[in-house]
Ligand binder design. Structure first.
Ligand code: DAS
Length: 368
């Protein structure tokens, strides 16, 4: 019969105290028997709205509800266990459904995160967010906030009023992840459904299931019962290693997305540029393919100093290969590598705050 863990630990403590464990030095013995409880991390929760702040008419409404209703203080009160893993306080930055996020919302949120991360009394930051554009915010933050402190973005697929709501556990796991020193230096993280995912890679891959968030390259780890478990770390540039700094950015250039499909016409990219777009991300078929009916129009736009970035509508693994489906060198276009169209839009916008050289923009897509 196994000896209960607490008996083992207290025996170890005693053993250390009386030197039964070979090699246990006097200092270690003293430290082990008189160690003070670990200091709890200070975690700030920035609330922006979404389903995690949503409410439905009945417990059976897991998909029909109103997002962005519950204020941050009620969110924190709904999970009293947060105080077991961190000292938490909340701020209501926005109260919106995330499909309505704008570039200005992104810049304002990132500036607030950057300012908090500089504070010595802040150890980690959690952002509660709608799931629709959560991946975009997570990527934008990982590109622009210069800190090694954990930043965790979290949402929920069901409102708190629904049966088997996922928001409370997701929030608890996000705070536990933000409070863990092991989360530092891994770029912005997303915790959903017990997984810890890279803010760079993660995407919403399902529209009404708790396991909606996936990375084509796999999760970084898991968070279970308030403990983080890591299995990989990001390799692309992020946060303190980024050339983009939100403290030096106030607005983003307009970059728009044109979708590729059978029978596509050049009308959309032409109209988007006429409306002010400085670059077009083409969400192509397959490996970023562009219809023959659209290529001439994109080349004309490039000749007018509009950048063209080839992404793909295909998600879930692989990447757009430069000069494969289109002669990018000849056209002076950019291949979006593995970034989906919505993330490519953000990197292109940030790139245009630094350069108009397509080769430099291509380097950004390979490194971030
Ligand atoms: N409308 C969705 C949003 O705010 C709700 C959600 O899933 O969070 O992103």
């Amino acid at each position: 019969m196994r000896t209960p863990l607490n008996k083992l630990l207290s025996a170890m403590g005693c053993a250390l105290a009386i030197g039964l464990v070979p090699g246990a030095s006097a200092q270690a013995q003293t430290a082990t028997t008189t160690a003070a409880p670990a200091k709890k991390a200070n975690v700030v929760i920035l609330a922006t709205g979404g389903t995690i702040a949503g409410a439905g008419a009945s417990a059976a409404n897991s998909a029909t509800y109103q997002a962005a209703k519950v204020p941050v203080d009620k969110l924190l009160a709904s999970v009293p266990e947060l105080s077991n893993v961190a000292n938490v306080r909340g701020e209501q930055v926005f109260q919106i459904a995330s499909e309505s996020f704008t570039n200005d919302n992104l810049v304002k949120l990132a500036k607030r995160v950057s300012a908090l991360a500089k504070q010595a009394d802040v150890d980690g930051i959690v952002i509660t967010h709608g799931t629709d554009t959560l991946e975009e915010t997570a990527y934008f933050l990982t590109l622009t906030v210069h800190t090694r402190k954990p930043i965790v973005v979290v949402g929920s697929m069901r409102p708190g009023t629904a049966l088997s709501a996922d928001g409370t556990l997701n929030l608890y796991e996000a705070v536990a992840t933000a409070a863990s020193p092991n989360s530092a230096g891994k770029g912005v993280l997303v915790t959903m459904n017990d997984e810890i995912l890279s803010g760079r890679d993660v995407t919403k891959a399902a529209n009404i299931r708790p396991d909606a968030f996936k990375s084509p390259w796999g999760a970084l780890g898991m968070v279970v019962e308030g403990q983080t478990h890591w299995f990989r770390a990001p390799v692309k540039r992020h946060t303190v290693n980024s050339e983009f700094d939100i403290d030096q950015i106030d607005t983003l250039p307009a970059v728009e997305i044109a979708y590729g499909y059978g029978n596509a016409s050049p009308t959309a990219p032409q109209a988007l540029v006429a409306a002010g777009a400085k670059a077009i991300v083409h969400a192509g078929t397959g490996n970023g393919s562009v219809s023959g009916a659209v290529v001439p129009a994109l080349r004309e736009l490039r000749a007018k100093d509009v950048h063209i970035v080839r992404s793909s509508r295909v998600v879930g693994g692989g990447f757009v290969i430069r000069n494969a489906e289109q002669p990018d060198d000849q056209y002076d276009w950019v291949a979006a590598h593995d970034l989906n169209p919505q993330k490519a839009r953000l990197l292109t916008a940030l790139a245009l705050t630094k350069t108009h050289d397509a080769k430099t923009i291509q380097r950004f897509f390979l490194e971030y």
